[in-house]
Every structure is written in C-alpha cells, then in structure tokens.
Design a protein around this ligand. Structure first.
Ligand code: KG4
Ligand code: ZN
Length: 367
C-alpha cells in the first residue's frame, strides 16, 4: 500500500495480454479527470494472420521484441521521461500468460529502477474503466464487457468493486464473431471484417437459433449460433447471400447481447432505486455499430444513460490500463514487485468461485 494521492498522477500503462503490444501515458487529475497524453498500440495482426488466429508463442516473442520501443514511443509522444512518472501500471492477467509476463516484467523493471509504485492491473478492470477515458462517467454503472475473450455483465460500484450479474457459459461474443468469420473465409481478425461484409445485407435473410430463451438469468451462450452459422456458411454462394448471412449473424449476436443486458438493467434498476442509472458497453465488440445501436436502444427503454468508449479505446490499449492503475494509486493501492502473471483472473472472484460457469476440465472464457 502507498499513501493516497491528492496531486495529479502521471502513469505509464503497459498492455501485452493478447496480440497488441501497447503503452500509454495518462495523467489523472486530483478531481479524477483522466487525460490521455499518449496511447501507442503496436499490432501483431500481420504476424498471426497466416495462422487465422493468435499463436501464443509468436505473440510472446513479438511482445519481447517491441515492448521497450513502444514504451519509449509513448513517453516521447507524451513529452515526458521515466523520471516524470508517478507510477507504472501493467496488465497482470487474464490473458496469454507468456505475453502478460513480458509487460508485467517490463513494468516491474521500470518500477524498481525508478523507485515507483507498481500496479498489477486486471485487464478486465482496464476495459471497465475505458469509458471513463476523456468522458465524465461517474461510478456506479452497469457494464457489458464484450471482447474476444470475455462476455459478462457487471455491476461496477467503484475502484476494484465489481459484482458479476452474468457471464458466457461457452464462447465470448468476439470469439463467435471471429470463428464465424473464419468459417466464411474472411480474414483475421474476423469481427471487423464481418461487420464490413454485413453492410447492405438483410439481417432477416437467414434464420439462426436464439439461445437460452427459457432461462431467466443473465448468462450468454454463442456456441449453438456459431455451429449453425458455420454450417450455413458451407452452403452459401454469391456475394449477396454472403452479405445476408453476415448481417444475420451480426443481428443475432447483437440481439442476444441486448436481451441479456435488458434483463440485467431491470435487476440493476431494482437495486438502485432513486439513483442515476448508467449503462456502459466496453471491449472490442463495442466497436461494432449494430451492437452499439441495439444496446443504446435497450438502455434508453430502461431509463439508463448510455456510454461507450471512443473506438480507439474499445479494443485493447494501454490507456485503459494506465487509468485503472492511476485510480488504484489514488486510493492508496499498489502491488509488490513479486506480483504474479495470471492466465485466468475473474473480476468478481467471489461470484466466480461460488458459481463457476465452467466446470473443471472444460475449456471456456478466460474469466
Ligand atoms: O478487447 P479486444 O481488443 O481483445 C480482448 O480482450 O479480447 O477485443 C477483440 C475482439 C475480437 O474478437 C474482434 O473480432 C472483436 O473484438 N471486434 C469486433 C469489432 N472490432 C473488434 N467484433 C465485431 N465488430 C467489430 N467492429
Ligand atoms: Zn481486451
């Protein structure tokens, strides 16, 4: 623990949990306002594209090769040096552990060399605060976190205080986008490619299964949709039909996200009577315009305000990690230099332990 900060903090953020090597410098003012001085993202897409997905060993090696240059580029762009920093925040999980270790070790080295506090940040907490980057979004809020590895609904009450309302029981929404896109022969990463193909397509062109309709909880499931869409993709010929299939898949994923969010909003509103209701969507899938539109509609219908991070902060970046670290430092929380890299690290550890969505031996979402 360090003493709480009441002065502006300048935090270097590092993100290496998947296929982006990212570094950013964020200034958190004493009033809580966040200012992004730089956000550098080095993508490894070209290295993984020939394999149609992220190869963990290639990712880890690429992070090692570029982390120092990317951190220095972030400092240069921000017009500051290591000596000006008040803390270092590095993603410590969940993610591909070889990559996580690279960013976390680099962060530890900077912290040790410069005598700075280190914050070992949960990547999901980074996504959770991403809508607070450059926008006035106070706590508490209801969050839908949708990315390639995660799909969950969380009640976010403050720094490090999250309660899980629902989670995926199989694939994450971004994973469904990626796998269906791959089955349709689209390039990696599939989500954005599928959104482009869907433009002008008929979202009612193909009938796809609607999942878990009988269930009253806020959990998601995309594996049935994925299997049905992959089967349809085999028989689809011609550009118009491909556009229709892409539009139908996108609409089906968006509809499930909206349906479960609607249910969570109703429960959340009941628990927060008389308070401002805010709904936030974050993570890579939040970059999808159809997804944003249906979620915004659901929020308005339930009396919630709607917020989503700017597009650059939807997908993985280090500005969100720097801000999550700065918010922890501001309330006096930091981590020891022997903090470990964690492949799995649920935000709401209590709920995940009490009611696991994945039983031992089954593969599933990372948190
Ligand atoms: O947050 P993110 O960069 O990484 C994880 O933490 O997983 O999310 C990446 C995911 C990928 O599955 C990608 O296909 C998806 O977000 N994604 C999209 C779009 N942009 C990124 N999915 C649908 N439409 C998009 N425009
Ligand atoms: Zn992410």
């Amino acid at each position: 623990m360090t003493a709480p900060h009441t002065v502006p903090q300048l935090v270097l953020g590092l993100e290496t949990s998947c296929d982006e090597t990212a570094a950013a410098v964020v200034r958190r003012h004493a009033d809580g306002r966040a200012e992004v001085l730089s956000s550098v993202v080095g993508s490894q897409i070209a290295e993984h594209a020939p394999f149609g997905g992220v190869v963990p060993e290639i990712a880890a090696r690429a992070h090692v090769e570029s982390i120092e240059a990317i951190a220095e580029a972030a400092l240069t762009e921000a017009g500051v040096g290591y000596g000006d920093l008040s803390g270092v925040a590095a993603t410590a999980g969940p993610g591909l552990v070889g990559g996580v270790m690279v960013g976390l070790s680099f962060g530890k080295a900077v912290a040790l060399a410069r005598g700075l506090p280190l914050v070992a940040v949960n990547h999901l907490e980074g996504h959770a605060v991403s809508a607070r980057l450059g926008a006035d979004l106070p706590y508490p809020f209801l969050l839908l976190l949708v990315s390639g590895g995660h799909c969950q609904l969380l009640s976010v009450d403050g720094v490090g205080a999250c309660r899980r309302l629902g989670s995926t029981i199989d694939d994450a929404a971004g994973e469904a986008f990626d796998k269906i896109a791959k089955a349709m022969g689209l390039p990696y990463p599939g989500g954005p490619a599928l959104e482009t193909l869907a433009q002008g397509g008929d979202p009612a062109g193909f009938e796809l299964p609607r999942m878990l309709l009988g269930r009253k909880d806020c959990d998601f499931s995309f594996s049935g949709l994925k299997t049905a869409a992959a089967r349809l993709a085999e028989g689809v010929a011609g550009e118009a039909a491909r556009r229709d299939l892409a539009a139908s898949v996108q609409a089906a994923i968006a509809a499930q996200l909206a349906e479960k969010s609607d249910r969570a909003m109703k429960a959340y509103a009941g628990e927060h009577e008389g308070r401002s209701l805010r709904f936030v969507v974050a993570g890579g899938v939040a970059a999808n315009r159809t997804v944003r539109a249906v979620l915004e509609q659901a929020a308005r219908k339930n009396g919630f305000s709607f917020a989503a991070p700017p597009l650059a902060y939807c997908t993985d970046n280090a500005a969100m990690i720097a801000l999550a670290g700065a918010e922890r430092l501001a309330v006096g929380i930091s981590d020891p230099l022997d903090a470990v890299a964690r492949p799995r690290w649920p935000l709401d550890e209590a709920a995940a332990t009490a009611s696991p969505t994945h039983k031992a031996g089954r593969k599933g979402a990372k948190a």
